[in-house]
Design a protein around this ligand. Structure first.
Ligand code: NAD
Length: 325
């Protein structure tokens, strides 16, 4: 396993990180024992970065990860989040941040969190995140309950703006840098690099689109993106290559991202994802994949409040939806 330094935090993180949302049954019902084995296998294979949130499985993922990490806490870097608690339940107030931290510590069976992140900040009020949420998280840092403070979300311009104005140690971006889309590099990466902010890239499989089994029903991408994913998976199958391997390798080769988070709950996925890092994707296959994706390349979708969108058309889309309700 290769390790990289996560910005100015100095944390030495594995290039492949363990995304624990599947432990909360976010993609499908998973077997708890298998989940524990997946976590242990990941540690054995050198994965040291684990990302979870109270939102995943409405606390189930934290419970399961905490149980799996008993006796192994010192071997890993543990990241969790605050502010998002259900599909439409958000609270970025200072009080809730503090309570959330205590709850996560209890569920994760630890007395410190390495990276504490405000979760999906596009659903919050920008000023509140800057003036109340991040300062409350910094207070927890002063008290030694968390080591570093970060933000996560989908809209890149918002992440950049909040990182600049509030000052954060890490930024987690998802579904904005993988085979289907790379606009993270246009909007966020240069800023993070210049400020030495730790950059975490999540969802290298585009939340299941770049897998054999395909995405879950709730996946927000437009149908044309899902269809392109099916065609890429089919092409890889014909070539005797696993689509997830190709997608992961593409992300891990990023020059600045410290860790790429892939969602896992099965030991066989952990093993094949770690093995994928060793292989190489033939250039002609990549060319064919790029051709399939070209018509939908860089397609994203709205998330959060209208004023927090990256692109005017996404803001308009949300305003039209609100009018229709
Ligand atoms: P992903 O792109 O990593 O896809 C996960 C899906 O792919 C799951 O269904 C998983 O079972 C499957 N999978 C994994 N390895 C596979 C393999 N080798 N073969 C076939 N299928 C495989 O999407 P994700 O889980 O959403 O993202 C990774 C992690 O990043 C999350 O678990 C979470 O920890 C983090 N994340 C955070 C945010 C945020 O903070 N806002 C958003 C998205 C993701």
């Amino acid at each position: 396993m290769e390790y990289r330094i996560l910005g100015k935090t100095g944390l030495r993180v594995s290039v492949l990180g363990f995304g624990a949302s599947p432990l909360g049954n976010e993609f499908r019902i998973t077997d708890p024992q298998e989940g524990v084995r997946a976590v242990h296998r990941a540690i054995d294979l050198g994965i040291n970065y684990f990302d979870v949130a109270p939102y995943y499985g409405r606390s189930l993922a934290e419970e399961r990860l905490g149980l799996a990490l008993q006796g192994k806490r010192h071997q890993v870097i543990l990241a969790t989040k605050c502010g998002r608690y259900d599909v439409r339940q958000f609270d970025f107030s200072a009080d809730r941040v503090r309570r959330s931290c205590e709850e996560s510590l209890r569920r994760l069976r630890t007395d410190y969190i390495d990276v504490f992140q405000a979760h999906d900040i596009e659903f919050g009020d920008r000023q509140q995140i800057i003036e109340e949420t991040i300062p409350a998280m910094r207070k927890l840092q002063e008290e030694g309950k968390v080591r570093f403070v970060g933000i996560t979300g989908l809209p890149l311009k918002l992440l950049r703006d909040v990182a600049e104005r509030a000052g954060v140690d890490t930024v987690l971006s998802y579904c904005r840098y993988n085979l289907m889309i790379t606009d993270m590099d246009d909007i966020l990466t240069p800023f993070c690099r210049e400020r030495e902010i730790g950059l975490i890239n999540a969802s290298p499989l585009h939340m299941g689109i770049l897998t054999e089994q395909g995405p879950p029903a709730w996946h927000p991408a437009p149908e044309a993106v899902k269809e392109a994913g099916r065609r890429v998976a089919e092409l890889c199958r014909q070539r005797g290559v696993r689509v997830a391997d190709v997608a992961l390798r593409f992300c891990v080769q990023h020059p600045y991202v410290a860790t790429t988070l892939v969602g896992m709950s099965r030991p066989d996925h952990v093993e094949s994802n770690v093995r994928a890092l060793e292989g190489q994707t033939p250039e002609d296959l990549l060319e064919e994949i790029r051709a399939i994706i070209a018509p939908v390349f860089n397609t994203t979708w709205p998330s959060g409040r209208p004023e927090n969108q990256d692109y005017e058309e996404l803001r308009q889309q949300l305003l039209r939806q609100a009018d229709a309700c």
